[in-house]
Design a protein around this ligand. Sequence first.
Ligand code: PAD
Ligand code: ZN
Ligand code: ZN
Length: 375
Amino acid sequence: MSTAGKVIKCKAAVLWEANKPFSIEEVEVAPPKAHEVRIKIVATGICRSDDHVITGALVMPFPIILGHEAAGIVESVGQGVTSMKPGDKVIPLFVPQCGECSSCLSTKGNLCSKNDIGSAAGLMPDGTTRFTCKGKAIHHFIGTSTFTEYTVVHESAVAKIDSAAPLEKVCLIGCGFSTGYGAAVQTAKVKPGSTCAVFGLGGVGLSVVMGCKAAGASHIIAIDINKDKFAKAKELGATHCINPHDFTKPIQEVLTEMTGHGVDYSFEVIGRADTMTAALASCNMNTGVCVMVGELASGSAISIDPMLVLSGRTWKGTLLGGWKMRDSIPKLVSSYMEKKFNSDVLITHTLPITKVNEGFELLRAGKSIRTVLLF
Ligand code: PAD
Ligand code: ZN
Ligand code: ZN
């Protein structure tokens, strides 16, 4: 029996307030309106950005359905949707690509003005929600909300992918893998033979390591305070692994001594002010490029010695690796299918959605790289 046009009742992990566990609830998911798509989520990864909302570092309205790194199958489409149909495999996009705003029309950058990252309204572009639970409206998260069996996204925030793609693996292409890999190959444009330093070896940082390796970097220095992350970093291409706790001097001095003049490219993939400044100071004072990937708490500030940038360094940031999402995600999935990279190595745990809280505990304890939740 077709569910198109009807409200669907299904299971979802609802976060009612900050610093509380998720509750598995039955939610109602309204049908897609014009130019919207309702998706049956098959798999969704746990990213540190979801945890930033739980801790309150990333301010979002509650109650909310989190999750933004997922893959699923189109259940039904609203009026006017022509780019996909029920049954298509898709990846929801937290950076949309409307194709009409100045960002989308420019060949540079990827931050479509239709995004809900800065505004954090927690609503569909028309200012309403498609989720209710126990009579209450539930917010969307950055236009995606994937910790639910069914979600609704705008057509500009979803990419159709290869029908043969394994959804429980390519969900990582929705955030962690693409962000890290893109930070290296697209935002920094790492050159062959260069030296790179990657601060933070979670799912995103290890993807930066993969990107640096693919770009032909000759030295990749991986930095983390959790030495358990080093084996995987080496497997993926790190040539050196260092723990800042093993040194008395600041890590930027250690890196400058190791390389003589600082690294060519540095990446902060943690989300801390001190490591952002250390990453900036670690790259070559004249030609170095530092890319900020980690997310600091909403409203926080970083103070730096201006000389760090005046001397010639470039300090950049990246959202989702700089990819124009609707164009790039299908291509990244094709590259995955052609085995041009292996993002599967990032998946250390697979759990049912009902164990979402356990998945977050593994992340906080530093025991997982990526946990994939299945429905
Ligand atoms: P994660 O928590 O899996 O990885 C962070 C890593 O940093 C862990 O291995 C920690 O041990 C390590 N770490 C913590 N403190 C320090 C320290 N002081 N020095 C060295 N290492 C340390 O997170 P993740 O890989 O899922 O995400 C990393 C960051 O990137 C996080 O802030 C997240 O919000 C952000 C992110 N940004 C984007 C984007 O588009 N810019 C996308 C996805 C995630
Ligand atoms: Zn993410
Ligand atoms: Zn746009």
